[in-house]
Write a protein that binds this ligand. Sequence first.
Ligand SMILES: Nc1nc2c(c(=O)[nH]1)N[C@H]1C(S)=C(S)[C@@H](COP(=O)(O)OP(=O)(O)OC[C@H]3O[C@@H](n4cnc5c(=O)[nH]c(N)nc54)[C@H](O)[C@@H]3O)O[C@H]1N2
Ligand SMILES: Nc1nc2c(c(=O)[nH]1)N[C@H]1C(S)=C(S)[C@@H](COP(=O)(O)OP(=O)(O)OC[C@H]3O[C@@H](n4cnc5c(=O)[nH]c(N)nc54)[C@H](O)[C@@H]3O)O[C@H]1N2
Ligand code: SF4
Ligand SMILES: [Mo]
Length: 746
Amino acid sequence: MARTVHTFCRYCLAACGVDVTVEDGRVVKISPDKQNPHSWRDFCAKGRTAHQVVEHPRRLLAPMKRVGERYVETGWDEAISDIAARLNAVIEDGGPDAVAAYYGNPAGYSSSNLMFMNGWLDAVGTHNRYAVGSVDQNALHVVAEKMYGSSLMVPVSDVDNCDYFVIVGANPAVSAWNWLESVPGGWRRTLARQQQGATVVVVDPVRTETAERADIHVAVRPGQDWALLLAMVTIILDEGLYHRGDCADLATGVDRLRGLTADVDLADLARRCDVPLAVITDVARDFATAERAMLVTRTGVSLHLGGTVAEWLGQVLNVITGRMDRPGGRRFEAGYVDALRLADLAGATPHRSRLRGRDMVAGAHALSELPDEITTPGRGQVRAMVINSGNPVVSGPDGAKLDHALSTLDLLVAIDFVQRESHRHAHWLLPAVHWLERDDLLAFTSSLHDEPYVQYGVRAVDPPILAREEWRIFTDLALAMKRPLFGARGLNAVVATSRRLARLTRRPALEFGPYWIHRLLIATSRKVNGRKIRWRDVLDHPHGWVLGPREFGRFRDALRTDDKTVHVAPPEFVARARELLSQAPPSPPDGYPFQLANRRHRHSMNSWLNELPGLHPSGKGTQVVIHPEDARPLGIDAGDTVRVSSAVGAVELTAAVDGQPRRGVVIIDHGWGSRVFDPAGGSEPLSYGVNRNLLVDGAQVDPLSQTAALNSSYVNVEIVESDSSAERRRPHSEVDPDAHARGLED
Ligand SMILES: Nc1nc2c(c(=O)[nH]1)N[C@H]1C(S)=C(S)[C@@H](COP(=O)(O)OP(=O)(O)OC[C@H]3O[C@@H](n4cnc5c(=O)[nH]c(N)nc54)[C@H](O)[C@@H]3O)O[C@H]1N2
Ligand SMILES: Nc1nc2c(c(=O)[nH]1)N[C@H]1C(S)=C(S)[C@@H](COP(=O)(O)OP(=O)(O)OC[C@H]3O[C@@H](n4cnc5c(=O)[nH]c(N)nc54)[C@H](O)[C@@H]3O)O[C@H]1N2
Ligand code: SF4
Ligand SMILES: [Mo]
C-alpha cells in the first residue's frame, strides 16, 4: 500500500514542501506539496530525485575502516571505540586543539547535527573548528555583527511589495532566492512585480538567466562591487537622496561614512568596477528615490578579497535610503525561537588561530588556514579531524594543498552518504542519515524565512539499519571518550541513564536526543503575532504552518548593538575601504590575463548531486566559457581542448564560446571533479568534470571575512588541441578519473 508523507526538502534553505510517496518502505515518488502554504514553489529536480541519494549504489551502509589500501565494514561498537581511543591518544599527546572538525553546507539543514557537533567539540575542548562560512557567507556574518550587533541578525526580503530591485552577485533564477534568508519562489515573485511595473537591476559580470530578464544588466568587473556600491553611497549622500529620519535616528556613524565618501573620486571608482559613471548615477538615483526598494547581495559579492566591504556597503545602501523594516524593503523576521540569543549561549569561546593569528568568524576558523594548521608542527597542530557533511577539497580554495595535508593526519573520519574527494584519505567512513530518513525542526533558521513559519520535518522512510544521525555519532563519541558532552558535567550520566530507561521500558522517546530539544524549543518559543505555539499545533499542521502575517516594526528593538542603533560605519570597514582605495586599480598579473568566474547548475548542489542518474550532467563542469572576442586572438573555437592555469594549479577542459561572460572573464562551474569512490566494491571512482577551485590561491584572503578570491582569481587560457585535430572526442561521462589526480599534482 502506498502512503504519502508531507515533509520538506532539506537540500537548501528554500525548504520546499514535498509529498513523498512511499511503497513497501521505499520512496517511489517525490512531488511538490501544493498544500504547503509557504514553501513549495521552488521545488526542483534536486528535491524530485532525493531518493536517488538514499538509494545511491555507492552509499555507505555501515561504518567502514581503512585497512591498508582497502576498507572493511564494521559494527558501530568497534567504530566508536576505535575512533574514541585514537582521539583520546591524540589529545593526550597534543592537547585538545590537536582535534579539528570541518562542517559543510548540509550540516546547516539539520539543527541536531550542528548542535551536537558543537556539543562534542565542547567536550573535546578544541578551538580548531573550521566551517563552510569562509567559502560562503562569512562576509555577511562579519557585517551583521558590526552593524546590527549579531552575526545572525540578517535581513529578509519583502519581495511582493518592492518597486525597485537591485540584485548584486546573485542568480536566483538558478539558485533560488536563498542564502542567509529564503523567499520561496522569490525569483518568480520578483518577475511578477516586474510585470506590475517594478524595475529589476542585476549586477553580474555574467549575463546569467537572471540578468537576461533584468531591465538593466550591469556587467561589473569581478571583485569590484565595493567600488560600484561605494560610488552609489557617495552619490546618494552628496545629492541628499538619503532618508533623513533613518539617517538621524536609526543609524549612527553617518558622519564617518561622509568622511569616507568625501575622499573618493567617482571617476576612479567607475574605472575600478568598469561601469560607466552615468549608469551608476542613474541606478543610485532611481534606487534612492523609488517608493519601495531593496538591494540584495549574495555569494557573487562575498567570495572576493573586497567581499566584506562590498557586503557592508550593500547593507548601508538599504539603511541610508530607509529600506530597513519597511514594506518592499528588508526586514527582520524574529522567528519563533530567539536564534540570536541561543547562538550567544552556544557560541565557541573566542580564539586566535595558531599560525595566522586570526580571530574566528561566527565560531569557526577559515578553511584556507587548515592545510598549514595540519602540516606545521608545534603545540596545537591538528593531528585528527572529522569532516562532517563537507567536501572542502573541492569546494574550498587550493584543494591540492588541503588534499595533501589530509593525507598526513593520524586520524581522518568522514561522516557522509558516500566517499567523496575530500574523504579519500579517511581512516573511517561513517554512514549518515538522509533527510528523507530523519525528523527535524529547523528552529534556528526560523528567522531566515520571509514570513513567520514552522514545519516539523518528518521522516518518510527508515534509514538503513547501520546508518546513524550525526547527533548520535557525536553523543556516542563523547561518551566513549569520557568527555562531557556540551562541556556540561553530569550530562553524560543523564544520557546514559535515559538510554537504559528507554531500553528497559521499550520507549525510545525516553532516550535523550534532539526530540527532547525540539519539544523544549517549542515549549519555550516566543509568541508570534501574539500567539503561543504549542507542540500539538505544530504536529497538526503536517503541510507546514504560516504563523500569521509578516511583522514590521521589530527591527529597532531586535538590534543587538549596545546603543540600539545601526552602526553604518564600523571603523574596521572604513579602514579596509581606504586600503582598497589606496591600491592600484585592478589589473591582471603578468601571464594571467583572465578572471575566473563561476556558475551553479540547476541540477547540482555545490559538489554533489551532479552524479545522480536522474540529474545526468549535461557537459557542465567540463567546459570553460570564453567570450568570442577573447577566444578569437587565442585561436580557440568551441569544442577545442584548452588549459586553464593559475599560479597554484592547472586544469584541462573543453572550450565553449559564448557572449555570456563580459570580456576578460571566463566561467567554469564550481563543484565538479569530485570523485565518488566505491569503498565497498572497490570499482573505479566516478568523476564528472574538473575541479576549478584547484586554480584558487588560498593564501590571499579578505582580511575581514577570511574568504579567498574564489570567483575572481586570475588565470591564463591556452589552446591544447583544436577540435578539428582531436582524434576522438570523449563524452563527459568518460572523463579520465585520473585527470583529477593529475590536476592535484600540477
Ligand atoms: N569557486 C567557488 N567555490 C565555491 C562556491 C562558489 O560560488 N564558487 N560556493 C561555495 C558555497 S556557497 C558553499 S555552501 C560551499 C559548499 O561547500 P561544502 O559544504 O564543503 O561542500 P558540498 O559540496 O556542499 O558537500 C556537502 C557534502 O555533504 C554531504 N551530505 C549531504 N547531506 C548530508 C547529511 O545530511 N549528513 C552528512 N553527514 N553529509 C551530508 C554530501 O554528500 C557532500 O559530500 O562551496 C563553496 N565553493
Ligand atoms: N541549483 C543550485 N541551487 C543552489 C546551490 C547550488 O549549488 N545549486 N547552492 C545553494 C547555496 S549553498 C548558496 S550559498 C546559494 C547561493 O546563491 P547565489 O549567490 O545566488 O549563487 P550563484 O548562482 O552562484 O550566483 C552568484 C552570481 O554572482 C555572480 N558573480 C560572480 N562574481 C561576481 C562579482 O564579483 N560581482 C557580482 N556582482 N557578481 C558576481 C556570478 O556570475 C553568479 O551569477 O545558492 C543555493 N542554491
Ligand atoms: S533543492 Fe530544490 S526542492 Fe530542495 S529545497 Fe532547494 S529548491 Fe527546493
Ligand atoms: Mo552556500
